[in-house]
Design a protein around this ligand. Structure first.
Ligand code: SF4
Length: 362
């Protein structure tokens, strides 16, 4: 560790000591090790926001992750059930780098979703469509689904949420991750001929014919996680051939061609469980963000890890939460002038909150 790094950690720890339980630092699993080490909690996006919302002593939150995660924290922390306004005592949700976005979330804008609804409504009854958005989406997209009787899902509960939706309507519009949507629908037994892809860049019907739309049970938004798209079928096959006993699991944001070659697909929390449950001496190939897999490898020296991609699949946006940026934002908070605050407007937040709440009640 360099002297510079030691100084930064010291500086951050000093602010943490001064603030005590009034400050909560959250770090997503995909953050760098040095960031995860100084966080109060590490986990997945929803779990972290729920932790922050449950804390009665928190007066400020630093979210080391990407923008939609900080939005979710703001929604859950600063809006109380039954109230139609922002809490009087606002808890600022700050980010080390406010420019840390999620390319997948950015692939589905509220405007494009509204255009999709308008175009679909020309050929089908939109009240027979349940829009589902993956939690990895903007607050505005969550508000869009809420305003159309839709719901949010996570990679851990997508199966359950899809079942809930099919009990209500005969069609689903799934945003923004086509792969999570397709993997979930296929697992549920939806006929692949009844799954269509909606490309928002196409001028009409997302590139589909009216018949395809009328016939479809699941309409998938053409979005993806560039990180989980990087795994290759050839490498998975090679790992299978060379290590027949290897336990191969991937995240459901990976394409279906990959998922069907693996032992299973699951959320980040599930993948961690698979690694921890594997007996000593196991060989594991885990297809998800590289920094997490590397951490798991270091934590499990009695297991062998094989990388599934050609190159490390690092989420550069998660990597934007660095020690110098954390130190700078905490300094601004300590000085009473917090910077990099994420604030969702009242109308969007209340609607998005309803879609999140609906999910938590299923
Ligand atoms: S890993 Fe993928 S889904 Fe997660 S923040 Fe990065 S780009 Fe978005």
């Amino acid at each position: 560790m360099t002297i510079e790094t030691e100084k930064l950690i010291q500086q951050i720890q000093d602010v943490k000591r001064r603030w005590g339980s009034r400050l909560t630092i959250l770090a997503h699993y995909y953050c760098q090790d040095d960031v995860v080490a100084l966080a109060d909690f590490s986990g997945d996006s929803l779990g972290l926001s729920q932790k922050a919302a449950a804390s009665t002593e928190t007066e400020a939150i630093l979210f080391c992750g990407v923008y939609f995660m900080a939005e979710t924290a703001d929604i859950l922390v600063n809006y109380t059930e039954g109230s139609n306004q922002r809490n009087e005592k606002e808890i600022p949700v700050l980010m080390p780098d406010i420019g840390a976005g999620c390319p997948m979330a950015d692939m589905a804008s509220e405007e494009d979703a509204k255009t999709c609804k308008e175009q679909l409504s020309e050929y089908i009854d939109f009240s027979d469509v349940t829009p589902i958005t993956y939690i990895n989406s903007s607050a505005a997209t969550k508000a869009f689904v809420a305003n159309n009787n839709g719901i949010v899902c996570t990679s851990a509960n997508a199966d359950k949420i899809m079942n809930w939706a099919f009990e209500r309507t005969s069609k689903i519009l799934f945003l923004p991750d086509q792969h999570l949507g397709r993997n979930t629908a296929i697992k549920r037994g939806v006929d692949q001929n009844k799954i269509v892809l909606w490309d928002p860049l196409q001028p009409s019907l997302g590139g589909n014919t009216p018949q395809q739309i009328q016939n479809a049970q699941v309409i998938l938004w053409k979005g993806c996680c560039p990180i989980h798209q990087r795994f290759s079928v050839d490498i998975v096959k090679k790992v299978r051939e060379e290590h027949p006993d290897a336990i191969i699991w991937v995240h459901p944001e990976c394409p279906q061609e990959i998922v069907k070659l693996c032992d299973g697909a699951g959320s980040t929390t599930k993948l961690i469980q698979v690694v921890n449950d594997a007996p000593a001496g196991s060989t594991l190939a885990i297809g998800t963000e590289w920094k997490l897999v590397e951490r798991l490898r270091k934590q499990n020296p009695d297991k062998t890890f094989i990388w599934l991609g050609q190159y490390p699949s690092v989420c550069s946006n998660m990597a934007k939460s660095t020690l110098p940026k954390i130190a700078q934002v905490l300094e601004s908070l300590d000085a009473g002038k917090p910077t990099n605050q994420v604030r969702v407007d009242v109308q969007t937040a209340l609607a998005a909150r309803a879609a999140l709440k609906r999910m938590l009640e299923v």
